[in-house]
Design a protein around this ligand. Structure first.
Ligand code: MCN
Ligand code: CUM
Length: 795
């Protein structure tokens, strides 16, 4: 006997087909909306039509009279149970149902529980709300203006619209470095509001059983254990009597991290009515009221030496958080991990200041493929780098090359305090440049220019801090960030693995089994993976910030090793030798001096239940909690070439090359899927997608006619490269996270390419999205086009 072929058993590196697709492509997925419970009622939410208004009165009497209506909830009723407000994940409060004022268009005002969703919806329309309109505030500039109305007058001591002022870095040192600079490059940017817009909207079914006192909630959450804790604390229910189940999720992308009023109302309704209550959000409700991302303004400066060396970086950001500060992020960092900007460049000193403001918009800056605002960080970084190289008259690639942290500098301490773990930045860039044919393209570009055609090439790089914890520095609402895995190997060698993460399409059911296969030699198909049920899964912080592979995935490796350690003892017993004489090869223990004498891992599993040595605890099960020593730091280079039509401002992608180094790839096919999906979202943000607000605070982008999702028709092709692999030195299998990388690093590549194409106009910036009319305006008027696209109320 020899070791198993790892690829054949679906181990590390196998492009195993996704096991979950077996049910998805047959239409047999089990999403929240598929769940039907006996006696279940339906809930609909009445939302505010106005962005800012005092509530004068709410009259629900007509709604109560509609046949089939069981309950009408208002803020006043919630308040009697201390549930009109709830805590957010950033130590703010958020209205569950409005009592005093409405603070954004689409805010939850009341809800109706009825026999079916249509009755409930009709009854919502029969609720008479009298509003007294207040002046709406739709951006930080208005929020900070003298005499601006205080949006959060519900909060004691809140006398302005500023949420926080936060800073990191060395202000004085940065000042000194700027004083010594040969050149200072400045850029002002806006990263517009965007929405994750998963195909499945948010929803929940709360089922409170008075007889057992048990509350079960099926819901669309990326972090079931956090929800369980939140429900225990907010609704004051005993935690062991709460069961949160995340069934199949039709895409999360960050949208399903926060706690939403609909969840809370369905829970209270079920407790009051003692029947299951289902709330399924409609698309407009999802698009106007749930966790928006970004909406942040940058004032950025780089201090430069004439030879191209970056001496210092200074950034000020103004973040528009909407009416409630609902970001889900490590509590130490008010602006998430935005200060991971410039981590891949060797810059001696830097300073970041951040100010958060309230506006009359739904919570913004929340989450969308971002690892806590890294998407903004990398966009700002790579736009600033392009502008700086341009200001110095230096080649884009060369400027990056000379400023990169080099391979022998790791672990590298960034000026903002992070410790990056490993990387080969220069090599990734060279692979990308070669693949895109850099020198050749520059020649073609010059030739095209002579004929009046505008070709452009954009480079973007990204490095992302993925895998929060460690628990010393990272917590959410005081709960330390770590994760978990539990592995139960049955007597026939088949196994069930559960983790504290929750897949929403990333393929954990496939890839976690591959880690077990790698560690134990059990074929991946013999390991079933289950996540999302707090009654059975070990405690974990859930899936976001691409933390699953770095943390839960590491826990899978560690629990497998615990199982292997016990199996080794069983093997020694079966082979009648001492443990020290037993060697391991994939799938099998053998006697060192007699390699032919061995037992398989499956034989050890059987022995754990039928033939264990004296004194050994029976069974082959274990749990591991993994508190990572550091974040993992993947790196990527994205290069795009475009042609811009000067007559129309339309731009087409000619080529896109992606070089991703996410360490060891568990499943190369799944990793490529993650990258392609992320690049497509990046393209959408750069090219077509924006959610903006008119002067009255009306949300423009409440449907898929206004908020565009790229289809196969628009989406460009991508050339993916996987030849650079820098294993994470501290992760048990050397893997780094990858789920967000392409969405994080992609947008700047597209924008940089268009800016490169029109560089001769002297225009320094067009803010996303680069809609044709904006590009055309920049070309013809030769000025920057900044801010969210203008919207008239009658548009
Ligand atoms: N993987 C791998 N090898 C690596 C790294 C990852 O094979 N070196 C695999 C993993 O095993 C996993 C997938 O790639 O199956 C993504 O892993 P990871 O990078 O750890 O990210 P998470 O599983 O934590 O997923 C979260 C991330 C986030 S935060 C957003 S937002 C996003 C994303 O994933 N949302 C998604 N990708 C998504 N993809 C789908 N289909 N749906 C979403 O909602
Ligand atoms: Cu920031 S979106 Mo993802 O982390 O769920």
């Amino acid at each position: 006997m020899t070791a198993l072929d790892e690829i054949k058993i679906g181990g590390l590196g196998a492009s195993r087909k996704r096991v979950e697709d077996n049910r998805f492509i047959r239409g047999k997925g089990n999403y929240t909306d598929d769940i039907v419970l006996p006696g279940m009622l339906h809930m609909e939410i009445l939302r505010s039509p106005l962005a800012h208004a005092r509530i004068v009165s709410i009259d629900t009497s007509r709604a109560w009279q509609i046949p089939g209506v069981h309950l009408v909830l208002t803020g006043e009723m919630m308040a009697t149970r201390n549930l009109a407000w709830m805590p957010t994940l950033s130590y703010d409060t958020q209205a569950v149902l409005a009592t005093d004022k409405v603070r954004f268009q689409g805010q939850e005002v009341a809800c109706v529980i009825a026999d079916d969703p249509y009755i409930a919806k009709d009854a919502c329309e029969a609720i008479d709300v009298e509003y007294e309109p207040l002046p709406p505030i739709v951006n930080p500039e208005q929020a900070l203006a003298d005499g601006a109305p205080v949006i959060r007058d519900d909060k004691q001591g809140q006398d302005s619209n500023v949420i926080y002022n936060w800073e990191v870095g060395d202000a004085a040192g940065t000042e000194r470095a700027f004083a010594q600079a040969d050149k200072i490059s400045r850029l002002r940017l806006h990263y517009p509001r965007s929405h994750p817009s998963p195909i499945e909207c948010c929803g929940s079914i709360a089922d409170f059983n008075r007889a057992t006192s048990k509350l079960t909630v099926y819901m669309t959450t990326q972090a079931p254990h956090i929800i369980r804790a939140a429900v225990a604390l907010v609704a004051e229910l005993p935690e062991h009597m709460i069961r949160i189940v995340s069934p199949d999720i039709g895409g999360g992308f960050g949208n399903k991290v926060p706690v939403y009023p609909g969840y809370v109302c369905s829970i209270l309704a079920s407790i009051l009515l003692e029947v299951p209550v289902k709330w399924i959000e409609d698309k407009t409700g999802n698009l106007i009221s749930t966790g928006f991302a970004r909406d942040i303004y940058l004032d950025g400066e780089l201090a430069l030496r004439d030879d191209g060396k970056i001496l210092a970086v200074r950034m000020h950001v103004d973040s528009d958080h909407g009416a409630f500060f609902s970001d889900a992020q490590p509590s130490k960092f008010k602006i998430g991990l935005l200060h991971s900007a410039f981590a891949c460049y060797d810059i001696p000193v830097g300073h970041v200041t951040a100010r958060g403001t309230y506006t009359n918009k739904a919570p913004g800056g929340v989450a969308y493929r971002c690892s806590f605002r890294v998407t903004e960080a990398m966009f700002f970084q790579e736009r600033m780098v392009q502008a700086a190289a341009h200001d110095l008259g230096m080649d884009q690639a060369e400027f990056r090359r000379i400023n990169f942290v080099s391979d022998d500098q790791f672990p590298f301490r960034t000026p903002f305090g992070f410790l990056t773990d490993s990387g080969q930045y220069g090599k990734c860039l060279e692979v990308g440049l070669k693949a895109v044919g850099y020198e050749d393209f520059r020649r073609q570009q010059a030739e095209a220019k002579a004929k009046g055609r505008l070709l452009g090439l954009g480079i973007s790089t990204m490095t992302e801090p993925l895998g929060a914890g460690n628990s010393r520095e990272y917590d959410i609402l005081g709960i330390k960030m770590f994760d978990s895995a539990e592995l139960k190997v049955h007597m026939t060698g088949k196994a069930i693995l559960r983790t504290g993460a929750k897949t929403q399409g990333q393929g954990h059911e496939t890839t976690w089994a591959q880690i077990v296969a790698h560690e134990l030699g059990l074929p991946a198909e013999d390991v079933v993976v289950e996540e999302g049920d707090t009654d059975t899964a070990p405690f974990g912080m859930g899936t976001y910030a691409s933390r699953s592979t770095p943390v839960a995935g590491a826990a899978v490796a560690m629990v497998s090793r615990k199982i292997r350690a016990k199996a080794r003892k069983l093997a020694a017993h079966l082979l009648e030798v001492s443990e020290e004489d037993v060697e391991w090869e994939l799938g099998r223990f053998y006697v060192r001096s007699a390699p032919d004498r061995g037992v398989t891992i499956q034989e050890c599993a059987m022995a754990a239940y039928s033939n264990m040595p004296d004194g050994m605890e029976p069974g082959l099960e274990n749990t591991a909690y993994y508190d990572p020593p550091n974040l993992t730091w993947p790196f990527a280079v994205y290069i795009v070439t475009v042609e811009v039509d000067p007559e129309t401002g339309v731009w087409d992608v000619l080529n896109m090359v992606a070089v991703d180094d996410c360490g060891v790839r568990i499943n190369p096919m799944i990793v490529e899927g993650q990258i392609m999906g992320g690049l497509t979202e990046a393209y959408a943000m750069a090219n077509m997608q924006f959610i903006t607000f008119d002067a009255e605070g009306n949300c423009v982008g409440s449907n898929y006619m206004d908020y565009l999702l790229p289809t196969a028709w628009e989406t460009p092709g991508y050339e993916l490269h996987s030849e650079v692999v820098t294993p994470s030195p501290h992760h048990p299998i050397g893997a780094k996270g990858v789920g967000e990388c392409a969405a994080v690093g992609g947008p700047a590549a597209f924008v940089n390419a268009v800016m490169d194409a029109i560089a001769d106009t002297g225009v320094r910036n067009i803010d996303m999205p680069l809609l044709p009319d904006r590009v055309w305006e920049a070309i013809t008027k030769r000025h920057d086009v900044s801010g969210a696209p203008p919207v008239r109320s009658d548009d």
